[in-house]
Structure formats: C-alpha cells, structure tokens
Design a binder for this molecule. Structure first.
Ligand code: IMP
Length: 433
C-alpha cells in the first residue's frame, strides 16, 4: 500500500489541514515529519474549531494513529497543553499518539534565543513565529540537542543534562544582554511534561515499516510550505527544516521509494506571513480584500498575512522539487467576489523571461511578474457541488492546471469538511511529472 505525502506548495497556510483531514478519513496513520509549534492548522468539525500545532490533525478520526516523526522539534510543554485541549473537547486519543524518540526538544532557551535573534536583525528580522524553531534545529546540527529519547533517562540524569544545557545557554543569553533562565525551573517544567509524554515516546520507525508491510494506509503531512524550505525556499527568509517532499523520508525513517502519491496543496491565490520576497504580493485593495474575505491572519501568531495572486512560476518549480502527482486547490471561494482574477504566468528580469522560481532570494526580489487577467465568476461557490460550479470558476481551475502542468484533483470551497469537490481528470491534462 503506497504512502501518501501532503506538502505545502507555497509559503505555508495553504489550507493543508483541511485536505489532510479529508484524506485522513481513509488512513490508519497520519505522520508529521518536520517543524514544530510554528505550524498552525485549524480544522472545523460542526460547531467545533480545533487548532493544531504539533499533533497531526488525523487524531480527530478514532481509527487513526498519529505519529510525531523524528524530524520534528517538539515543545514538550506546548504539546501537553495541546493534548489536554483535545481531551477537553472530548477527543479520545489514548494509545493513538506516538512520539519519535529521535525528535528534538524545543526548550525555553531556544525560544529566548529565537526572540533575541529576531529583535537584533535589521529590517524586521526573518519574521519567525518566535517558537524557538531555528535555535532547536541549530542545536540538533551542532549535536547539542536534547531528544525525546533523553526523557527516558532517570530524572537525576535528565536533570544533569538539562541543567548543563541551560547554564551554557544562559552564558550566551547574558552575552547578548537577554533574559536568562533558572535551570531548576526549566528542569521541573520538563519533568512535569515528561510524566505525560513518556508513555507515548517510542521508536516510530519500526511502527511505520510494519504498517507499510501490513498494507496499512499512511498519510505523511508536511508543515509550512515548499517556498519556506531551508534549501529550496527564499533563504534566509525560510524556516529551519526540509518541508518539501525530500524531508519526509528523513523525518519519518520511511524510504523515499515508499512515497507514491505526493499531493501538493496550493491556495487559489498566494499568501505569506513573515518577511522575504513575494513576487505576486498585492499591497493594494485587491490584497486587502483577499485578506479580509480569506481571513488571512496567522493561526499561530495572529499576524495579518501578506496577500497576492497565484504564482504559476513558483508553482511549476514546486511541482518539480516535490514530484507532485496531484494538486489540491484550496479557498477558491475567496475569489468569488472578484470581477477580475490575476495569475502570474512568467517573470521578467534583466531584460529576459524567467521561467523558474530563482534559487536566490535577491533574484526573487528582482523579478517582475507577468500576469494573465481572467474574468471572475462573481457567483458563490462556497459549499457547492461540481455540477453547480460556475463555468468560469471551472475555467480558472483548468487554466491553473495548464500553467502548472499538474492535475488539480481536489478543490476546497470553504472551511467545512463537506466543502470539497473532486475534479474529473480531463483528457490531455498531465498528472504529475
Ligand atoms: P520559524 O519557522 O518560526 O523559524 O519562522 C521562519 C519563517 O517561516 C517565518 O517567515 C514564519 O512566518 C514562517 N512560518 C513558519 N511556520 C509557518 C507556518 O506554519 N505557516 C506560515 N508561515 C510559517
């Protein structure tokens, strides 16, 4: 049974949770493979709204096990709070949440270092979520990290390890003139979280290998988006992990050959939160209208998102990086109120045409997007069925398929679970690469 992988196709916030929730109906495992509490997913079920940061949203289905993979950096205290909130909403998860012992911990000094780096950077910094993500990955790469496996140590041994780490980081924080931490407070807080998390910590790799061998259905979810990938995104305006498809093998322990279906999630327009180049950003009325209608405010930080038009150059590049086999297009209904919808078909730079999203952020800043203007459908699509969709809305979807060179399989038309349309494959459309 092949593993399905879901990746964000833009700068995060593409509405992945909604698609994951839809695909998770039919799976046995949902697996996160990178990132941490920087992610924010909202799933609406009836009158309940669930905000996910670290736990895969598949936990809402009683038959689905949730795995927090080894590529993640996990804030233990925030994870316990998230699990408690699920319990308060009546979600029964005993024995269904598995945390990789390879995952690294985000500890309070990572958060202080993240905030301090942001405050020091000129020009507003990277615009991180201030959740300690980059210092935690830096410690991992420096081999100074504390992992979930360390929570299996005796309390005395864990106390010794964490006290040493806090003292080392206090020196660094002091040098920078930032607030320092009490080692004993950090240890006590961690020991409290440890009691709750210990039964869930395991080597999740054999769990997943056995699941594949037994023909179980596995869905891996990437957080953030391909244009925030540490290697393929607009460096340094990126997150610190591999959010594109390549990171899924590393962050789960499943071999690359296991991933047969790779679903790319794209919003019908573009948004970005945080700093960095965004060629199709609309700083005018259209952008403000997209923000208001699309409720484009961050789930994690509440920041207003920068908004703009669909960028087919970036999307084509993202399809290639990830090997996307089919696309889920989200929030199409947000465009219902527009008389004209713009799509960027190519870039111009240095007197020539640019057909690939540049690898260097400065080059991305220099491109001039070239737009095709499409007549809007100006009719409601929210919650509609395929045969009720206005022909011009269908034409928009088909035009994006052509420009991106990949099949659009699912179209989401509102936050409700039921607001989803499956598009029939048209003859001549390319399904993936
Ligand atoms: P960090 O991941 O907190 O270090 O933030 C680095 C960049 O990624 C910033 O521009 C953030 O706004 C952005 N970012 C991180 N997580 C998300 C997400 O889940 N959605 C959208 N942007 C994100």
């Amino acid at each position: 049974m092949p593993v399905t992988l879901v990746v964000g196709g833009q700068w995060g916030d593409e509405g992945k949770a909604k698609i994951i929730d839809y695909l998770a109906r039919e799976v046995d495992y949902v697996v996160r493979y990178q990132g941490g509490a920087n992610a924010g997913h909202t799933v609406v079920v009836g009158d309940k709204r669930f905000a996910f940061h670290q736990v895969p949203s598949g936990v809402l289905y009683p038959q689905t096990a949730s795995v927090l993979g080894g590529g993640m950096v996990i804030d233990p205290t925030a994870l316990v709070e998230e699990i408690d909130a699920l319990a308060q909403h009546g979600v029964e998860f005993a024995g269904r949440i598995h945390i990789s012992d390879q995952a690294h911990l985000v500890l309070p000094y990572h958060i202080l270092l993240d905030c301090d780096s942001e405050d020091r950077r000129a020009g507003g910094g990277i615009g991180t979520t201030r959740k300690g993500i980059s210092p935690a990955y830096a410690d991992k790469a420096r081999r100074d990290g504390v992992r979930m496996a360390d929570l299996r140590r005796s309390p005395a041994s864990l106390r010794e390890l964490v006290t040493t780490r806090v003292r080392e980081n206090n020196k660094l924080l002091k040098l920078r003139g930032a607030k320092t931490l009490s080692p004993s407070k950090v240890v006590e807080e961690l020991l409290k979280a440890r009691r709750r998390l210990l039964p869930m910590i395991t080597d999740t790799r054999p769990l997943l290998w056995d699941a594949v061998a037994a023909g179980k259905r596995i869905l891996c979810e990437g957080a953030q988006g391909s244009l925030l990938d540490i290697d393929h995104g607009t460096y340094p305006y990126v997150t610190s992990s591999s959010c594109s498809a390549g990171g899924a093998a590393i962050g789960t322990g499943l071999p690359p050959s296991a991933f047969e279906r790779i679903v790319g999630i794209f919003k019908a327009y573009c948004t970005r939160v945080g700093n960095g180049p965004f060629p199709t950003e609309d700083g005018g009325r259209a952008g403000a209208k997209l923000r208001e209608i699309g409720h484009e405010y961050g789930t994690t930080t509440g920041r207003p998102r920068r908004c703009g038009w669909f960028d087919a150059v970036a999307a084509r590049t993202v399809v290639k990086i990830n090997g996307i086999t089919d696309i889920a297009l989200t929030k199409l209904d947000v465009l219902d109120a527009f008389a004209e919808v713009k799509v960027c078909t190519s870039y111009r730079a240095g007197g020539g045409s640019v057909d690939v999203f540049p690898a260097d952020a400065r080059d991305v800043s220099a491109v001039k997007p070239q737009y095709e203007v499409i007549r809007g459908w100006e009719a409601p699509t929210a919650g509609k069925h395929l045969d009720e969709l206005p022909p011009r809305a269908i034409a928009y979807i088909r035009r994006l398929e052509q420009l991106v060179g990949c099949r659009i399989h699912l179209v989401s038309l509102g936050p409700e679970r039921s607001a989803m349309v499956e598009m029939p494959l048209v003859r001549g459309a390319r399904a993936g690469l």
